[in-house]
Every structure is written in structure tokens, then in C-alpha cells.
Write a protein that binds this ligand. Structure first.
Ligand SMILES: Nc1ncnc2c1ncn2[C@@H]1O[C@H](COP(=O)(O)OP(=O)(O)OP(=O)(O)O)[C@@H](O)[C@H]1O
Ligand SMILES: [Mg+2]
Length: 527
């Protein structure tokens, strides 16, 4: 072991400039600023027994001025002129700096000397080379940076800091790191296409980010169409399991026996028709997330099996003997009031508590101020993409009606409405284009894109009659909307013009237009 070094050498470029035109990298500085080298030497703790000031021939004169000023602080100041004409040329600089590092080590042996190199002076290329020399171990030195005066006291407590090229060397970055992780998780939760900027949705995003950092089961509650599945996906995508599978299983669509085998799999021959062994969704979702949608619909026997999986992380395939370990994060969703079902005895209380390791309530759309407009804009982007760039403009009146409608079907209903405009509207969506219940809630309106199917009296209609009525109504609506323009009405209906003409004849709509239709414009050569 060497004894601890007792003396210090400071190695730095002259920052006093060159004779002649100012080099591009050098910004003018106020007269009061003495430059990084003198500011470093001004620090109480700066104590250098020796100082090497590097310069190029064109900078020798200013370097001497600097050396004189530095001499007040350091007993031994040398100027080293490097034969480099262009200090922004990496290759030339490197050829000069390599030998210089060797010379410094010989003149100031490491058993007695410690070297500091000041990164704040010299061209950016020279600074980069210092870092390379130090990191490569060619120059055994500490790297220092003098913080520009305007940052000292506010951003940085001290004027000088040691530069270490790991995150720990940047306390402000270390402090930000946790914040970045949190924000990134929150952003990812939002980027799973959860659109909305209202406060309630902000809280949902926060909760998603929080539970994503854990592995507990999550219960997602909310009315139909509020986006429960989207929330489940967001939890998965911002969790450590994001690279694993996400599988959604709708528990409401299978009979009890089928669901048991869907969830837990079965062995070959477990029941009639079970020819081969099948892995259930719990096994398929291994390492990932399983969404149990409509969990309120589970039959009691399936509830019992599920409870066991949640309790000890093992399952038994239908017809199987042993139990298998499974590694799955379970997210359950329902639009039902599970607590009420527990009270009524139709849902197991123990399972209920297992499922709700954490609960996320997705608010109904009517409780998200401002989000309708944002969602409309987002779905309109979808429409534009579907129509190959042909977008739609929504009038102020229409937007107002959309914002005040209560949306019982929530975001799903809104999305369906906007996608419908994509079929029935050319370029503008006005009040009259909205579905009647949205346009004027509670009051009957004029026929919109598709007129209502007329009520039939008497015996129930045949399917053919219903289809015929619907077709007629759609044609009447489209012709009204397009002011009798055949081509546009045909396009809106997604059929060609001749088919529309034939159908108008069939329904007797051409020779004597219905009173609600405006008369056709004069024949246009193609008509
Ligand atoms: N915040 C949102 N941003 C964008 N799209 C959304 C949002 N919420 C829901 N959607 C869309 O609305 C539709 C319904 O969403 P989702 O299937 O997640 O609802 P849900 O709550 O699971 O409904 P249900 O209870 O009927 O199963 C989907 O097309 C979904 O992409
Ligand atoms: Mg759903």
C-alpha cells in the first residue's frame, strides 16, 4: 500500500481564450465572472500544491495572464503548450493528451500526489477526452466540475462537484429516479389507450400505477362500458408481468362444467369428449395476468375452486390427481354489486375478500367532466384512420348535446356513436346527425341517419318484414340527410348507386317521394 497522497495537482486547460478570433465553443462571459479555474481556486477547500495549465500556441498569452492570477493561490503553476492547431480535432488532441497524462504521472507520482482534472475548461472535445482518459484508467484522477454561478445555491448547493459517471454521482438524478419510475408507470397505465383527463380518471390512473407495483389480486368495479377491461390491461402492462401474457376470460358465457375446465384445464378422458389434456387459462396466463371478467356470474362450485387457487397458488385440472403451482396475478371485474351479492348469499364472502386485495372503481362517463369531448376527439381519429384520412368536424351544438347526455352505456356507447358517424356523415356532424336519444333526451326527434322502425299492429312481424322495414327506414333517412342526392345517399348506405335506385323503386320511393324527402335536384347528366 502507498501512504495516502499528501499533495494535490490540478490539471486544466486554460479558459482564458486565444489570440485572434474567438473560437466557436467559447461564449462571452461577464467581466465579473473570473472563469471556472479561478472560481475553483477561490473555494476554501481548494488547495493545490501544483497547477498545470494546458494551452495551444494561440492561447499562450492569455494563459500567462491566467497563470499569474492563479499563482496567488498555488505555489507552483506551469503552462504546458501542446502543439495542436485545432483544439476541436479529437485525433490531434488525443495524440497530445496521451503523452501528457504519462508526463503528469511521472512528475507527480501517485504515492505522494493526487490529481484533479477540471472538466469545465477547454473545448468540448478536450473535456470528452479527459473523461475517456480517466475512465480508461490512463489518467488516475478525480474529475471536477465548476457549476456556473447562476445555478449555485438554487440547483446546486456548492460551486464545485466531483463528476462520477454513475447515477449515484448525480444526486439530483438519483432523487428524480423514483419519480421517473412512478411517472412512467402512470404514463404506461394511461397509454394503454385509457383516454381521459378528468380528475376521477386521474385518480384511476394513479391507483392503476400503485397496484401495478404489487402482485395482489385486484377487483375492478364499474358500470357496463366504463372501461374495466382497459383498466385490467393497463395494470398488466405497467406491472413487472408486462412481458408475460394477458388473458381475459369471460366467466359469464360458459356453463359451470365448461368454465371449470376453461379456467383450470382438464386431463385426457376427464369427461366425454375430453380426448386430450388441455391447459386452462390459469396455466396459459403463467407469468402474466388473468382477467376474470363478469366474476359475479361464477357458479358456487367454481367459486370454491377459484378460492383455493387464490389461497395457495395451486390448482387441480379437471380429472387430475395432483395440484399444480401457478404464478398468475388475478384481476377480477364485474358491473355487479358484489357486496350486495355477498349479503344475499349468492357470492362467497371469503372469495370476495380474496379478490379485493385492491379495488379500483371506474367512474361512469357522466361523472368525468370534460372527458366526453376528449374521447370524441380520440374516436374521431379512429374514424379518420378507417376512412383513409377523411376526417369529420363536430359542430358546437352537437358537442353540447353530447356533453349533456347521461351515457348509460358509458364509453362503449360513445364510441359506437362516433363510429356510426363515420358511416353516415360526410364531413360534418351536426345535431341532426346524433342518435335521437342524444340529440334531445326524452323528446322524439326527426329521423336521423336511420329512421326508427315503424310499429306494426297485430301479430309479430316475420324476420323478412323486420329487415324490409329497417332497410326502408335507413334509405329514407339517408335520402333525407343527403337532400335527395342519390350518389351521396348510396355512399352513406355503403351500396352502389344502381342498387339504391332499384331499392327506391322497390319501396315506391322514387316516383312519388315521401313528404319528408326534399325533391331531387335537376338531373345532372349522370342522373
Ligand atoms: N377511457 C377510455 N378511453 C378509450 N376507450 C375506452 C375508455 N374506456 C372504455 N373504452 C372503450 O370502450 C369499450 C368498452 O370498454 P371495456 O370493454 O373496457 O368496458 P367494460 O367496463 O369492461 O364493459 P362491460 O362491463 O360491459 O364488460 C371498449 O371499446 C374500450 O376500448
Ligand atoms: Mg368488460
Amino acid at each position: 500500500m502507498y501512504p495516502a497522497p499528501v499533495q494535490r495537482l490540478l490539471l486544466t486547460w486554460s479558459d482564458a481564450g486565444t489570440v485572434g478570433p474567438t473560437p466557436a465553443h467559447q461564449a462571452p462571459r461577464p467581466a465579473s465572472d473570473r472563469g471556472p479555474i479561478l472560481r475553483l481556486l477561490d473555494q476554501d477547500e481548494a488547495r493545490y500544491e501544483a497547477l498545470w495549465i494546458l494551452t495551444i500556441p494561440a492561447g499562450e498569452k492569455p494563459a500567462q495572464d491566467l497563470a499569474r492570477a492563479a499563482h496567488e493561490k498555488s505555489p507552483r503553476v506551469d503552462i504546458r503548450v501542446l502543439e495542436v492547431d485545432d483544439p476541436s480535432d479529437y485525433r490531434k488532441l488525443f495524440r497530445a493528451l496521451g503523452p501528457l497524462a504519462g508526463a503528469a504521472k511521472r512528475a507527480f507520482p501517485p504515492d505522494a500526489w493526487a490529481i484533479d482534472v477540471l472538466l469545465s475548461a477547454g473545448t468540448p472535445q478536450a473535456q470528452a477526452l479527459w473523461v475517456i482518459l480517466v475512465q480508461a484508467g490512463i489518467l488516475p484522477a478525480r474529475m471536477l466540475q465548476v457549476i456556473p454561478a447562476i445555478f449555485v445555491g438554487k440547483t446546486h448547493p456548492r460551486a464545485v462537484r466531483e463528476v462520477r459517471l454513475d447515477v449515484e454521482g448525480f444526486p439530483e438524478i438519483r432523487a428524480l429516479r423514483d419519480e421517473v419510475v412512478r411517472l412512467r408507470a402512470e404514463a404506461r397505465a394511461r397509454s394503454a389507450a385509457i383516454v381521459g383527463e378528468s380528475e376521477p380518471m386521474g385518480l384511476v390512473a394513479q391507483r392503476v400505477a400503485r397496484v401495478a407495483a404489487t402482485d395482489v389480486p385486484v377487483l375492478v368495479l364499474g358500470e357496463t362500458g366504463t372501461g374495466k377491461e382497459l383498466v385490467a390491461r393497463a395494470i398488466h402492462e405497467s406491472s413487472a408481468r408486462a412481458r408475460g401474457p394477458f388473458i381475459a376470460e369471460n366467466c359469464g358465457v360458459f356453463t359451470e362444467g365448461v368454465l371449470q375446465s376453461e379456467l383450470f384445464g382438464h386431463e385426457a378422458g376427464a369427461f366425454t369428449g375430453a380426448a386430450a389434456r388441455r391447459r386452462g387459462v390459469f396455466e396459459q396466463a403463467a407469468g402474466g395476468t388473468l382477467l376474470l371478467d363478469e366474476v359475479g356470474e361464477l357458479a358456487p362450485r367454481v367459486q370454491a375452486s377459484l378460492l383455493r387457487v387464490l389461497a395457495d397458488g395451486t390448482l387441480r385440472r379437471v380429472g387430475g390427481e395432483g395440484r399444480l403451482q401457478v404464478d398468475v396475478r388475478v384481476v377480477a371485474a364485474t358491473h355487479r354489486d358484489l357486496a350486495a351479492m355477498v349479503a344475499a348469499g349468492t357470492f362467497r364472502e371469503d372469495l370476495y375478500y380474496r379478490l379485493r386485495g385492491a379495488t379500483i372503481e371506474v367512474p361512469p362517463l357522466r361523472a368525468r367532466p370534460g372527458d366526453v369531448e376528449i374521447l370524441v376527439r380520440s374516436f374521431l381519429d379512429e374514424v379518420r384512420a378507417r376512412r383513409r384520412g377523411r376526417g369529420l368536424t363536430v359542430t358546437r351544438e352537437a358537442l353540447r348535446a353530447l356533453a349533456s347526455y347521461p351515457w348509460p352505456g358509458n364509453v362503449r356507447e360513445l364510441r359506437a356513436e362516433v363510429l356510426r358517424w363515420g358511416v353516415f356523415c360526410d364531413d360534418t356532424v351536426d345535431l341532426g346527425d346524433l342518435a335521437p336519444e342524444i340529440r334531445a333526451p326524452g323528446t322524439p326527434g326527426e329521423p336521423a341517419g336511420a329512421a326508427p322502425i315503424p310499429d306494426r299492429k297485430g301479430p309479430p312481424a316475420t324476420l323478412a318484414e323486420v329487415v324490409e322495414d329497417a332497410e326502408r327506414a335507413a334509405i329514407v333517412g339517408a335520402m333525407a340527410h343527403e337532400s335527395g342526392n342519390l350518389s351521396r345517399a348510396a355512399r352513406a348506405l355503403g351500396i352502389d348507386r344502381n342498387t339504391l335506385k332499384r331499392k327506391l323503386d322497390h319501396f315506391g320511393l322514387r316516383s312519388s317521394p315521401a313528404p319528408s324527402l326534399r325533391s331531387s335536384p335537376p338531373p345532372s347528366g349522370r342522373g
